[in-house]
Write a protein that binds this ligand. Structure first.
Ligand code: A2P
Length: 315
């Protein structure tokens, strides 16, 4: 069974979940269904992924007799075009409607940057190079989420893609503290300082792109690949496991929650079979040594001059 990690809210989160970013319509529902059948009890969703309705149809079906709602930990995220207090409240209801749920276990602010509200999710500038920004403050977004917790619509709150300064600012201005931080994290981008910072603040780290997202559209040809890394391959061979399983196990043994995305039944099962082997201290240290401080999802070109863009002031 998948181990769980205690959150500061008193709830707990399964250490493995299914990611759904870039899971295509027509495939994502089946992937969620296969994951639940394979024993996953944590599904990571977001409004901006554009596929929540199909996931909601699967939830409606499985919670009608196959599983209890309380068996599954479900996350979603408030998108950048919903950062004002009013819009954020609206977004919570849109998300619950799409997912066909009375509550989500975890709601994150997807990014600290606000985009122009009220229209399309990706409001690009005329030349298409950037987004049209809003000046909304994520502290207002957070207030709406705190109120939604009081209304029973959300169990725990968290952040995604925030830097340590933004997290500190939010902690200083909030009633309910963030329980998690979801960021890109894998053996080539280990985020050690940010992880230490989170530990100090009782924030659990969730790794997105834990495999280094082998098919990410932001990757460039010639980019390094964790799944063919010699060190990872050598360790994988020793246990009769795949490189993906070794990368994911390295994270979970470091107390990090992983949400690998897959829509293939074989790989969903593979990524779920993590808890029947354990890497040694020496092997963990070897993987620690692979860090290249290499971020895939950079976005500096597109969003870098937004006043709340996180990555320029990262540790
Ligand atoms: P697919 O959906 O065809 O399985 P990440 O979670 O790091 O962003 O990586 C997701 C990508 O990695 C997806 O393209 C997914 O493709 C692929 N993937 C997922 N699991 C595995 C695995 N066990 N081995 C190889 N590739 C995988």
């Amino acid at each position: 069974a998948t181990p769980s990690i205690q959150l500061s809210s008193g709830h707990s989160i399964p250490a493995l979940g299914l990611g759904t970013w870039l899971s295509k319509p027509g495939e994502v529902g089946q992937a969620v269904d296969m994951a639940l059948k394979a024993g996953y009890r944590h599904i990571d969703c977001a409004h901006a992924y554009g596929n929540q309705k199909e996931i909601g149809e699967v939830f409606a079906k499985v919670f009608d007799g196959q599983l209890e709602r309380s068996d599954v930990f479900i996350t979603s995220k408030i998108w950048n075009t919903f950062h004002s207090y009013e819009k954020a409240k609206e977004a919570v209801d849109i998300i619950l409607g799409e997912l066909q749920l009375d509550y989500v276990d975890l709601m994150l602010i997807h990014w600290p940057m606000g985009y122009e509200e009220g229209g399309e999710l990706f409001p690009r500038t005329a030349d298409g190079a950037k987004m049209r920004y809003s000046k909304e403050d994520y502290l207002d977004t957070w207030k709406a989420l705190e109120d939604a917790v009081n209304d029973g619509k959300i169990r725990s709150l968290g952040l995604s893609n925030f830097n340590h300064k933004q997290i500190e600012r939010l902690i200083g201005h909030s009633r309910i503290k963030p329980t998690v931080l979801q960021v890109e994290l894998h053996p080539y981008f280990q985020q050690k300082k940010l992880r230490d910072f989170c530990k100090k603040h009782h924030i659990v780290v969730i790794a997105y792109s834990p495999l280094g997202n082998p098919t990410n559209p932001f990757r460039k040809t010639g980019d390094p690949s964790i799944l063919t890394d010699e060190v990872v391959l050598k360790i994988a061979e020793r246990y009769g496991k795949s490189p993906a399983q070794v990368a994911l196990r390295w994270a979970t043994q470091n107390g990090i929650v992983v949400i690998p995305k897959s829509t293939s039944e074989h790989r969903i099962k593979e990524n779920g079979a993590l808890f029947d082997f354990e890497l040694s201290h020496g092997e963990l240290a070897e993987i620690d040594g692979l860090d290249k401080n290499w971020r895939i999802l950079d976005l500096t070109q597109r969003d870098g001059d937004h006043p709340h863009f996180p990555f320029l002031e990262e540790f």
